[in-house]
Design a protein around this ligand. Sequence first.
Ligand code: NFE
Ligand code: MG
Length: 622
Amino acid sequence: MKRIVVDPITRIEGHLRLELVLDDNGKVQDALSSGTAWRGIEVVLKDRDPRDAWAFAGRICGVCTSEHSNVSLRAVEDALDIEIPKNANYIRNIMAGAIMTHDHLVHFYHLHALDWVSPVAALKADPVAAANLQQTILANYQIKLDTPAHEFDAYSKETPAASPAYFQEIQAKVKEIVDSGRLGIFAAHWWDHPDYELLPPEVHLIGIAHYLATLDAQRDIMVPHIVFGGKNPHPHYAVGGMPCAISMNDMNAPVNSNRLAMVDNAISMTRSLVDQYYVADVLAIAQIHLAKGQLGGGGLAKERVLGYGDYPDNTFKGIGEFYERILMRSNGIVENFAAGVQKAKFHAFGAQDLTDLSVITEAIDHSWYKYPDGSKTLHPWQGVTEPNYQFSGKMSGKQWQELDENGKYSWLKTPTWRGKTAEVGPLARYIIVYTKVKQNIIQPNWVETMIVQQIEAASKLFALPPEVWLLTTVGRTVARALESQVCVALERYFFDKLIENIKNGDTTVMNNEKWEPSTWPKKAQGVGAHEVPRGSLGHWVVIENGRIKNYQAVVPTTWNACPRDADGQHGAFEQSMIDTPVKVADKPLEILRSIHSFDPCLACAAHLFDASGKEVSMVFTD
Ligand code: NFE
Ligand code: MG
């Protein structure tokens, strides 16, 4: 038995500590996931004007910034019964598609790729062979889809050249970095880990080349946020619609024909990056790993996944009609997908579940919080965020040595659905849509047809059934890449709808009918649901006398990275580690890879602010 601590986990957002208990064969027996920093917004939001909530909520995170604003608007608009104009809904959806794709692409290349490819291994590659392999990958790893709604030409300027000279130049640049001994952005990795040898050197070189190329290109993906929201991160929004006036002919208007052309180009360029770099590279890496038997890390997804669904087609009008309007119906819970899609158990999930006080609740048995006497777990409308830090475990001087899994050990709460933990994220959304279509629970629209076609094309490529390859670390990473194709298609779809609507003479972006607090009821409460890069996001707001009385966010990484509950049920991070064999105990690359496959964001997950500070800072003192 051996206990391993990894703290901090790098190449994530925020502060995460992992503790693993390995048995004598190197298999993880127990695992602990702890959010170690305390920040926050929920308390900051109290007593504020609900029309300002989106601006504060957006600051929960600098990565999925725009999503917290968007879902906050949904919660407030639900509470105040506001229907937004069509154009505002299209624009919000274009922005949501853009940040999903940006987030997924940056996650793969800049936070996750070095778990698969190594700059040191890339030095052994033959640039000519790399160029040939790149052409083969582009020819063989495209997923052919026949869904008409997303068809458009690739932006030719961005098509990768993939010539021997290109790879030679990249290799020389990497060699210079490696020879200098200062690995810089590539430092602190275990390049001698045996898993890197699973891939040929040319795949390493292609991966590293695209790591560098996308560092630059990622900026352009976010052009829609600049045009419609004025800036990125933290673009501007407004309760009731969007604050960006549209005038096709006025070149000083925030949105005009020139700026819409920039959005058009950005969407096409994003599509090229996703198809020609991201999806192709991920499928190529995944195929080799799966063929070599890397089937671990499925974790909680094997037992239970959860989703809220998203992308209202025409307008948004509160949670009441949300589920009749959305295009991506990944709302629901699927249990036991490991038994195959026909044997999996589907549970419906709709507006009533988000407002029923017993369905989604948060427990704090192992979290550094206090609830009022007698409360074990609370619905977000009744949620309380009162800190209660008490160290439990072994200290070495003033530093933590070991956390005690029987005590309190995280700043994250434990969200549950009907008392059960669940995994959320792209993999969850894919499993839910696939199960609903295959069990004839829904007649698929073009988005859902696309998802089913992608899963079936990848299953054919891997020569494995979906329940085998999806329920792995690789599967979680592939689902995210495939979802980027869907999100960029959604950007295109809503862009076309926006243009058509403007051409028909409708340039309305705001509904101001309920702007004045005098038009609001004395008491109101609302909920916003949103699918964001890391999974399902909900904000719950209670409004009284024109001010926010209570505000609670239940965030994807809180679902996935949470501590266990009173019954010892693990969250997805802990469960996926328990599933994973570790080849080299002091280089637990498999664990990093598995945890990175969730794209952790602890900034979102522990969204509380530091009121007292003292105890928290002690944790970090040498
Ligand atoms: Ni800070 Fe976020 C996303 C939200 S966290 S990135 O995606 O909400 O899980
Ligand atoms: Mg919360």
